[in-house]
Ligand binder design. Sequence first.
Ligand SMILES: [Zn+2]
Length: 147
Amino acid sequence: MSRPYINEELRRLISERADHLCEYCLIHEEDTFLGCQVDHIVSVKHGGSTESDNLAYACAFCNRYKGSDLGSVLLPNRELIRFFDPRHNRWSHHFQLSELMILPLTLVGEVTAKILEFNNDDRCLERQFLITINRYPTAAALRQMER
Ligand SMILES: [Zn+2]
């Protein structure tokens, strides 16, 4: 399937609306090596549109791990749980930062943190470095965490 075209104006709108943060892990676009990308919350594969209410700003890691998935199953009951939706959910309702780990507070938070690999070794190392230079959480990220 071809990738939908996201023009510069739409990309700027999505980036500014997100305060230039990944809306999943709250890293700032300037602090992540590959920057941030526009993510389809409901992927094109599943009928999601390329309109601002279905778009989020996501770092390359969150975007890549999420792929075209919409959620995951929690074992042992194989309960299907959707991902965190930055347009309709509050970050602070589903996650909390505990030192360098992003801990889930809900089942939605749990599947999102698991599949997007919020706490894998590389990401924790990156977050640890950013914390030591006072770049994580940024003031904008703190607002999301405290909202
Ligand atoms: Zn991210």
